[in-house]
Design a protein around this ligand. Structure first.
Ligand code: GMT
Length: 375
């Protein structure tokens, strides 16, 4: 492998979603290796929590003009990419989540080409950009084109790679670079403080983290918890926010469970809560990878999940937890109880499985791709 230091532009969503977390953690790790990393996005990434002289943040500002019912973010983003590539002399642009980052990068690439500047574009597909939103007819032609015209394309799981070939007419090779885990060194201290906040010593702590979209099946999380808590003392901590939260809170009130289900909203460092959990619950309709499940496992928290998409590549049946068909809440509750009864074994299994997803391997995979396209 080469070891030349690169100037890398990273484009992604700065919010709480997994794709933004992956983009930010990757950028911070590359900067620690000495590469110069330029984040290009509309606000400071929430996980950008370390100071490093190799990191720069370029904010994309969309002007608010009365004619614009829909602010043209993609155009402003493309212009910002052109500017940063040109003046910061970037070697490569790495865009996370195809919509609209891959198509904006294509436009930037063509504008720069006109000025005699070559910039390779690496596109990483994350999940809903393919499985949910991207395959919708209103995006499909643009997404197909942008993927086919990226210099290199990666997907976060084998399952997402298969879905991409199935839903789109893709001519390019897709490399699978799985998501990874980068835990803070102080994480071992979090368990005690998280448990002190949310549960008493005799209670089990179940946690769910997501953006509360319909695809996450939030109501299943509540039904599973209801069945588990009928058998043993337990609390459920719901982390995140989104369209299904109101319905879930309503159900909690109507079913007299406000004392045992906490909705804490969005949290910048959700692992600090997750570390206290006895079980992570992720019954999603579809999940290209399930980064939050991997984060739980790395903290020694077993997982009960659906068996959809990339989840079987992350949560290993009978080792780090269990996987059940979507919507089978009865089975998920039974298997949750089985995990809680044999917690030490599953907790150890979860840590072991997660250890295969360390950031080092993934960094080398991405760097290999960068060096290939920069040539
Ligand atoms: O889960 C979401 O809806 C957010 C989305 C995102 O872009 O952050 O998550 C997707 O990307 C994550 C990071 O690669 C994956 O771990 C999630 O599984 C994936 N979500 C879905 O496929 C539903």
């Amino acid at each position: 492998m080469e070891n030349r230091l690169l100037r890398i532009g990273i484009v992604g969503y700065p919010t709480f979603g997994g794709s933004g977390v992956v983009a930010t953690e990757l950028g911070m790790a590359l900067a620690e290796m000495g590469h110069e990393v330029h984040f290009i996005t509309y606000s400071q990434p929430v996980r950008l929590n370390r100071i490093n002289k190799n990191i720069r943040f370029h904010e994309v500002n969309v002007s608010d003009y009365p004619l614009f019912v829909y602010p043209p973010y993609e155009l402003v983003l493309a212009s910002k990419m052109v500017d940063v590539v040109k003046y910061e002399k970037l070697d490569v642009l790495h865009v996370h989540y195809a919509i609209p980052h891959a198509s904006a990068a294509y436009m930037a690439k063509k504008i720069l080409e006109d000025e005699g500047i070559y910039i390779p574009v690496v596109t990483t597909l994350h999940g809903t950009d393919i499985t949910l939103v991207g395959k919708d007819d209103s995006f499909k032609p643009v997404i197909t084109f942008a993927i086919n015209h990226s210099t290199a394309v990666t997907a976060v799981s084998e399952s997402l790679k298969r879905d991409t070939y199935q839903y789109f007419d893709i001519k390019k090779d897709i490399s699978v670079v799985p998501n990874f885990i980068a835990l803070a060194p102080e994480c071992d201290q979090w368990r005690v403080s998280a448990r002190a906040e949310f549960v008493s010593p005799n209670e089990k702590m179940l946690v769910h983290i997501s953006n509360f979209r319909p695809v996450k099946r939030i109501m299943d999380v509540l039904y599973i918890f209801q069945k588990v808590s009928a058998q043993l003392p337990a609390k459920l901590v719901m982390v995140g926010d989104g369209p299904e939260r109101h319905k879930a809170e309503q159900w909690t009130r109507e079913n007299g469970m406000v004392d045992c289900i906490d909705f804490v909203g969005n949290v910048k460092e959700p692992q600090e809560i997750l570390a206290g959990a006895d079980l992570f619950v992720l019954p999603s309709e579809s999940e290209s990878f399930g980064l939050s499940a991997l984060e739980a496992m790395a903290l020694g928290v077993p997982v009960i999940s659906s068996n959809m998409g990339g989840l079987p590549e992350v949560n290993k049946e009978g080792v780090s937890g269990h996987l059940c068909p979507v919507g089978e809440v009865e089975e998920m509750a039974e298997k949750s109880l089985e995990i809680l009864m044999n917690w030490d074994r599953y907790s150890k299994g979860a840590r072991e499985v997660a250890s295969a997803f360390g950031i080092e391997r993934v960094l080398n995979q991405y760097l290999d791709i960068y060096y290939q396209v920069v040539k």
